[in-house]
Design a protein around this ligand. Structure first.
Ligand code: XMP
Length: 310
């Protein structure tokens, strides 16, 4: 594929569709939304407003880190603190689809609806890719960022049109476009991270405390497994507890699952054969997190498992 031509075509399309209006987009720092941000700014300049929504579901230090990277590229990013709104929408929910729904609606309706109104934007640019559409249409999973495929008309439901310039690309194509756009390796080579963020890695209720636990585990896993070059690695907090022993006392503790996979586009995946010293180090560090007394390594490929747990 000629990615230079792809970029030119998308830039021309965006200019034509948005006209002299305003557009808005949410940057998560992942390669998809980063490419949309860079494409959008190339096409629309300061007629595109880019926001980073702090949903309370992000990783350690992520909001500030992402804003700083893009400031370095000359693209201003506004941080929006929506933590309380997401946490209250997720309170009490345990069903995976209900949790995904709560994140989608809080994101698109509550937070974005307000931002769009305040900014006067008529379009939202979104980093939906082909795999998201295929899996949603196939009913494998309701992806966070698919609206029209689910029969939701965003203009009617939320008051703005959604533009998806990456809808014909898979992950490898998005990375190629990112490189062509001159985005730095920390973005182009970044491992995938889902839109609903850490909510996909907490089985059961998402609370501030449980987010803190999975966030700490995520930081450890990302640090320990970066050198593997694997497609994706992550930590999941299970809903069950297990009996353990700490400081000579019985403890009914939490369970963290480590997942590390090889894949090219996340449609199928095999499990990385981590060596024992790495697995031991992960176990030691993860069971040092307060309240966590078990660490498991998931050996299941996709299919039958998916990558995320929710
Ligand atoms: P699953 O869990 O469906 O994940 O096997 C496949 C790939 O997609 C990522 N993922 C998402 N990405 N919004 C996204 O932008 C989502 O709702 C979502 N759910 C899963 C996941 O991290 C993996 O790379």
């Amino acid at each position: 594929m000629d990615y230079g031509k792809f970029i030119d075509d998308q830039v021309a399309d965006l200019r034509q569709t948005v006209g002299d209006g305003l557009a808005i987009n949410a940057l998560s720092g992942g390669v998809d939304s980063s490419v949309v941000t860079a494409l959008g700014h190339k096409a629309l300049g300061d007629r595109l407003k880019t926001v980073f929504v702090d949903s309370a579901l992000m990783r350690e230090g992520e909001p500030k880190r992402v804003a700083k990277t893009f400031a370095g590229l000359g693209i201003p990013v506004e941080l929006v603190d929506a933590r309380a709104e997401f946490l209250s929408a997720l309170a009490g929910l345990t069903d995976p689809e209900e949790k995904r729904n709560a994140v989608t609606h809080t994101f698109y309706k509550t937070v974005f609806g307000r931002l769009v109104k305040e900014s006067g934007a008529r379009f939202l640019l979104h980093g939906t890719i082909l795999t998201d559409i295929e899996e949603t249409v196939a009913g494998i999973k309701r992806q966070h960022n698919i609206l029209s495929q689910l029969g939701i008309d965003p203009a009617k439901a939320y008051g703005y049109g959604v533009l998806e310039p990456l809808r014909t690309l898979r992950k490898d194509g998005v990375r190629a476009v990112a490189a062509q756009l001159g985005l730095p390796a920390e973005i182009t080579q970044r491992i995938p991270f889902p839109g609903p963020a850490l909510a996909t890695r907490i089985v059961g209720e998402v609370t501030e405390e449980r987010l803190k636990t999975v966030r700490q585990a995520t930081a450890i896993v990302e640090e320990e497994l970066a050198s593997t070059g694997a497609f994706q690695y992550l930590a999941v907090l299970l809903n069950d507890c297990a009996t353990g022993i700490r400081g000579g006392k019985r403890e009914f503790g939490q369970i963290i699952v480590v997942r590390c996979i090889e894949s090219t586009d996340a449609r199928t995946a095999t499990v990385t054969e981590l060596d024992w010293p790495t697995l031991h180090r992960l176990t030691q560090r993860i069971t040092a997190i307060p309240g966590v007394n078990r660490c498991l390594y998931d050996l299941t490929p996709k299919p039958p498992a998916t990558v995320e747990y929710v």
